[in-house]
Write a protein that binds this ligand. Structure first.
Ligand SMILES: C[S@@+](CC[C@H](N)C(=O)[O-])C[C@H]1O[C@@H](n2cnc3c(N)ncnc32)[C@H](O)[C@@H]1O
Length: 345
């Protein structure tokens, strides 16, 4: 098939120009020829079209299906037309997907279709839910690209990298956009207080809140804690060297602290609100401090406001912001909350 060979830098210009003239073969892809690109031409393009650049003959790049489900055998796809999952999570090189009972016995075929569609994926796992106090995902490998079956992987979130094993420590990419706002909150508080600040996550998991919030211009102390002992090595890998890392119940740790913090993060959605009053020992006295967290509720914003105010009835809440993030179940939603506090000694 004929292709116009153009310098790499001029690809966008020539693609547009050929499209404008009606000479672009839109159903085929563009060849990567190192410093040049081969743009596919259709039959309408005259053979003497360009004197500037060469017309060369190359195999057409036929683009594959746009959706992974189009890679399933047709009869199977039609048989379960309404049951195919519309979404899944990608955690580094791992796809984690929930399967309803009606298609669970097709797990291997589904895994292979996903591997074929996403070349950067190494493992496809069925997500059997988050379990226990550590909120760890029960994962069942349904397809693998090679013999490396390790769950260890690296995620990139908002430009930062973290190492993790999603089968041993909680991690969800779904709050990544939420976590984007943490560095702005840290910067603002640091500027208001006129100093570098101390940040703390007593329920840190692999540390995504702290990793997103950390900026060496504004932060000079970090504490990370998680009840799950498997979190400790990942916190060590993902956080700056000066971080203090613990593995205990967040409420017990609060009573033994030698330092105080300017911001704490609380992501324990089923219990965030009920733990709040026991977390005040983490916070510095006689200045503005912040608690940033996420909570589940089936009764809405006003009820959360009441519950939070009840938890801090002895303290001064300067400002409280609550936003609904998304629904979690037919009756529950997940909310973010930001509490600005002033604690008296
Ligand atoms: C929903 S996960 C959030 C993890 C992390 N902050 C994130 O956003 O990815 C809650 C974490 O709290 C930990 N956890 C549960 N109860 C705890 C407790 N009482 N004290 C400290 N950590 C706890 C779990 O092991 C889990 O890693």
């Amino acid at each position: 098939m004929r292709h116009l060979s153009v310098p790499k830098k001029e690809t966008a210009y020539w693609r547009e120009e050929l499209s404008r003239l009606g000479f672009l073969e839109k159903s085929h892809g563009i060849h990567d020829l190192n410093q040049f690109r081969g743009i596919p031409l259709n039959d309408k393009c005259p053979s003497d079209f360009s004197t500037k650049y060469e017309i060369i003959h190359l195999e057409p790049i036929v683009s594959g299906p746009k959706k992974w489900i189009e890679r399933l055998p047709r009869e199977l796809y039609l048989l379960h037309k309404d049951d195919w999952p519309s979404s899944f999570d990608q955690i580094g090189e791992i796809i984690v997907i929930k399967l309803s009972d009606s298609i669970a016995n097709q797990a291997e075929t589904i895994g292979q279709a996903l591997l074929e569609h996403f070349p950067s994926i190494r493992l496809v796992c069925e997500d059997k839910g988050v379990k226990g106090d550590y909120r760890v995902r029960d994962l069942n490998v349904i397809a693998s690209r090679n013999s490396n079956l390790s769950f260890d992987t690296i995620v990139r979130e908002n430009g930062k990298m973290m190492q993790l094993d999603p089968s041993s420590v909680y991690y969800s990419p779904r709050l990544a956009t939420e976590r984007q706002k943490l560095s702005k909150l840290v910067k603002k508080l640091s500027k208001r207080l006129g100093k570098k600040i101390a940040i703390c996550d007593p329920y840190a998991g692999i540390g995504p809140n702290l990793v997103n919030a950390y900026d060496k211009m504004y932060v000079n102390q970090i504490l990370a804690n998680d009840l799950n002992p498997q979190a400790t090595p990942y916190l060590t890998l993902n956080l700056p060297e000066f971080s203090e890392i613990y593995c205990t119940d967040a409420r017990d740790l609060a009573t033994t602290l030698s330092k105080k913090y300017d911001i704490i993060f609380v992501n324990l959605p089923h219990d965030s609100i009920s733990h709040l009053s026991e977390l005040s020992p983490y916070l510095a006295y006689s200045q503005e401090t912040m608690i940033v967290g996420w909570a589940l509720s089936d009764t809405g914003v006003n009820d959360l406001i009441t519950q939070i105010n009840d938890q801090f009835s002895q303290d001064d809440i300067i400002d409280l912001r609550i936003d609904e993030i998304k629904s979690y179940s037919p009756s529950q939603s997940i909310y973010s909350f930001i509490i600005h506090l002033y604690l008296s000694p």
